[in-house]
Design a protein around this ligand. Structure first.
Ligand code: FEO
Length: 389
């Protein structure tokens, strides 16, 4: 796109990233609002580029850079994260600016970039290292596992800008760059969804990073995805404190699949019983809602009930896939149980319970296993059990 322009986000600091409006699946995370790959260009004595973009967007990235400066004049490239949504166009940029230093963490950044892009002009850095690029200093803070072992953030004390890469990001495509220029409910939902689907397994590492960043004065959080935070910095940092601590609310999530409505009737009964108990409950037919949205709700809900009928001696593949995804996210502080119907056999309900246990969910109710259609008496009994939770 020849008319792509850089967006100045602070004096002589430009957003030069790309907006991926059509992205709908990010390694299994259903990105229903697209995403952006944010890169930043700092014009100083040493022209510095922080991150690149996914390879398909190299042209857009270079067009935005070229709208303010010849890419050949880039002296320093900072690679915050090897994952190709940020490093994908590194070789293309380095080809235009072959003498630019590429700053990355050691050893994981160097190893990862070398494996993907070959032997370029890498300059490894470690915690506490900084460089002067002229009027500005850039300080490097490794943030391992946020979201890969190589990840780091960069702080510019003169500008009070934190270039945070994946941290504080959202998979959210928008034509305007700042938090307050967008609908904030949507932005915070997408920030929570991003944390739940990408960073949930790494709460301890997130807390360590928040401590390392705790004393910094920050006027701008320049993220690697979605909006740049300028008006709601303390609010998003407070969210990260709560999310990384695994705080959950008195809320229930009921997830199920059904073949001939029996498990669906159980799910309806369980949802209604939670509501009668005074615990707000969300009801998710797995076929009707993206797993990534369901996981976002589970993330901050104390209770989780998962149901599947039995098919060919197994749980439904939809529920198996959902539980596999959930287990990988290593949820904490959840209590739950399994439910389901069956015609014969009925193995699925124990399988669901086993998967919930291995996902770290504390089982608080014996599995609800109903042959054929539930009777009124059985539904009353289920309601009583949930009212007694
Ligand atoms: Fe946005 Fe972990 O890459």
């Amino acid at each position: 796109m020849n008319n792509c322009k850089a967006v100045e986000v602070a004096k002589n600091i430009y957003w030069v990233g790309a907006v991926d409006w059509s992205m709908r699946n990010f390694h299994g995370y259903e990105t229903t609002r697209g995403t952006s790959y944010n890169a930043y260009l700092i014009l100083d004595e040493k022209v510095t580029l922080i991150d690149t973009a996914k390879i398909n967007f190299a042209e857009e990235l270079l067009a935005r850079i070229s709208s303010v400066i010849d890419p050949a004049k880039i002296d320093v490239i900072i690679s915050s994260h090897v994952e190709p949504d940020h490093s994908g166009a590194l070789r293309e940029v380095a080809a235009l600016a072959p003498s630019a230093e590429i700053i990355t963490t050691n050893p994981n950044g160097v190893k990862g970039l070398t494996a993907r892009y070959g032997d370029l002009n890498y300059k490894p850095v470690k915690a506490g290292d900084s460089i002067s690029i002229g009027a500005r200093t850039l300080q490097f803070v490794p943030t391992p596992m946020l979201h890969w072992p190589d990840s780091m953030v960069t702080y510019c004390p003169e500008e009070k800008i934190l270039f945070s890469n994946d941290a504080f990001g959202q998979h959210f495509a928008t034509s305007v760059r700042f938090d307050d220029e967008n609908d904030l409910d949507t932005v915070f939902f997408e920030a929570k969804k991003y944390y739940a689907n990408i960073l949930m397994p790494f709460g301890k590492q997130a807390q360590t990073a928040l401590k390392a960043l705790g004393n910094l004065e920050i006027n701008l959080i320049a993220t690697g995805h979605g909006v740049i935070w300028r008006k709601n910095i303390s609010k998003i940092v407070d969210c990260y404190k709560k999310w990384s601590a695994g705080e959950v609310a008195e809320r229930a999530v009921v997830v199920f699949d059904s073949m001939w409505h029996s498990t669906k009737i159980l799910a309806q009964t369980i949802t209604e019983a939670f509501a009668q108990r005074g615990i707000p409950a969300a009801y998710y037919d797995i076929k009707a809602t993206p797993t990534s949205d369901i996981v976002t709700d589970i993330f901050t809900s104390k209770y989780l009930a998962v149901g599947s009928p039995t098919i060919n001696n197994q749980m439904m593949p939809t529920i198996a896939g959902f539980l596999c995804y959930l287990k990988g996210l290593r949820p904490v502080n959840h209590k739950g149980f399994a439910f389901g119907s069956y015609g014969w056999g009925g193995q699925s309900i124990a399988q669901v319970e086993d998967e919930l246990k291995s996902a770290g969910v504390e089982i608080i109710l014996d599995k609800i296993k109903i042959a054929n259609l539930p009777t009124s008496q059985q539904l009353d009994d289920i309601t009583k059990q949930i009212l007694a939770i």
